[in-house]
Write a protein that binds this ligand. Structure first.
Ligand SMILES: Cc1ncc(COP(=O)(O)O)c(C=O)c1O
Length: 415
């Protein structure tokens, strides 16, 4: 452990909550160097929807590497990229009657967001972007400018401008119809904001505390954007790739966003890959106008393609995710009710769930107690008040139940 404290920057964080040295991993299990097993309900913050070292993806990756196939290629044509583009079109876009150009912006979610913001500004010739309270879009300056957390914004060291925060769904407790405030501002002839270029939204705020937007609220936003010529960007970096059931989290609400950001599980195996999906008539980039050295990591194309072929040729994964989600929701509701005197609010959709406590201290204690019992769950929310459950979608019902029982035990020990 001393090697990390001696050499690694103070910025490290997850390792502080989970002081173990991890070594091996399979499915929803992580093992430390001493051989202790941990049930992973964190799943790489959404990068491991198909679990650790998924055998189907590993086989494709090992075959690719063993054949001395191209690993690094910037944005040159490779067979691996061609296979990925074809699979994404055939299995994801065409069945949903979606038409997008695929931009590979750099490997992380923040890269996908940066590209989306730049392009929305270029398309509209406007600068400001509507963002929502509790939003999380990444740590680069553009992504940070549309992120809510004062702690993370403080790290920027420069003013974060050209973003206009608006209340996320239900922030006003139903006291005003969804977009009345924004509609009035946009209609105002005196003192309203400049006409925005874009609105960027998460359908479920993950880092924001598992706050689920209602489909009608999302449809209201899409309608407002369309009427005002505002580019609608859905950031599906964490909630995409099946986390809420369907491949895209916005499918349930029937949205057709202008731009979609994907990353995390799109590479399938935990390998870095990001995508900015662009409405074809908005694809007005000049060649190389937005570039980067790691735009499309070929091993990630290989595992990403294998994941699409293994899991998205039919609706089996979607159905099992929804069923597991209901199982988790029922268990969490029962747990919350079984603890009188401690208000606990279960939240969630699909297979992303949270238990929101009154303060971050309690949630932090629950996460620590879960770790002691061999379960990894992180805390999220503006005050770190929600314990987040983000297990691999591929886990068995028995593994899900085991994790829920460990969590229940942790909650009872703290409350
Ligand atoms: C919704 C959302 N957008 C963007 C990001 C940033 O992704 P990355 O950390 O890969 O830059 C995250 C990361 O958690 C996220 O949850």
């Amino acid at each position: 452990m001393g090697t990390f404290t001696a050499h690694e920057s103070a910025v490290r964080s997850y390792c502080r909550a989970w002081p173990a040295v991890f070594d091996r991993a399979a499915g929803c299990w992580l093992y430390d160097t001493g051989g202790r097993a941990y049930l992973d309900f964190f799943a790489g913050a959404g990068a491991l929807n198909y679990g650790h070292n998924n055998p189907a993806l590993k086989e494709a990756l090992l075959g690719y590497l063993a054949g001395d196939r191209v690993v690094h290629s910037l944005d040159m044509h490779t067979a691996a990229k061609r296979d990925f583009l074809a699979a994404f079109g055939e299995l994801i876009l065409q069945p949903r009657e979606l038409d997008y150009r695929l931009q590979f912006p750099g490997p992380g979610g923040a890269n996908a967001v940066e590209a989306a913001l730049k392009l929305a500004r270029k398309v509209t010739g406007r600068t400001d972007v509507i963002t929502f309270t509790g939003a999380f879009h990444g740590m680069t300056l553009g992504a940070l400018s549309v992120t809510g957390s004062p702690f993370h914004r403080g790290g920027a060291g420069v003013p974060l401008t050209h973003a206009t925060p608006m209340p996320f769904d239900d922030t006003l407790d139903g006291s005003a119809p969804g977009f009345l405030w924004l509609e009035r501002l946009l209609a105002s002839r005196g003192g309203g904001p400049d006409k925005p270029a874009a609105a960027i939204v998460e359908t479920v705020q993950g880092e924001g505390g598992i706050r689920v937007a209602r489909p009608e609220w999302l449809r209201g936003l899409a309608d407002l954007c369309q009427r005002h010529g505002i580019v609608l960007i859905v950031d599906d970096v964490q909630m995409g790739c099946g986390r809420t059931g369907p491949f895209f989290s916005f499918e349930t609400a029937g949205l057709r966003p202008d731009i979609v950001c994907l990353s995390k599980s799109i590479g399938g195996y935990g390998l870095p890959l990001a995508l900015t999906l662009i409405r074809p008539d908005f694809d007005i980039w000049e060649p190389g106008e937005h570039n980067g050295t790691f735009r499309g990591v070929n091993p990630a194309f290989v595992t990403g393609t294998a994941a699409l072929r293994a899991y998205w040729g039919d609706d089996a994964l979607e159905r099992s995710t929804l069923a597991k989600g209901q199982r988790a929701a029922a268990a969490l509701a029962a747990l919350a009710q079984s603890i009188p005197g401690t208000p606990i609010e279960p939240r969630g959709r699909g297979l992303v769930h949270g238990l929101a406590f009154e303060d971050g201290e309690l949630a932090g204690k629950v996460s620590a107690a879960a770790f002691e019992r061999g379960l990894l769950v992180e805390t999220v929310g503006p005050r770190g008040e929600a314990v987040k459950l983000l297990p691999p979608l591929t886990m068995t019902d028995a593994e899900l139940d085991q994790g829920l029982e460990l969590l229940a035990d942790a909650v009872r020990s703290v409350c």
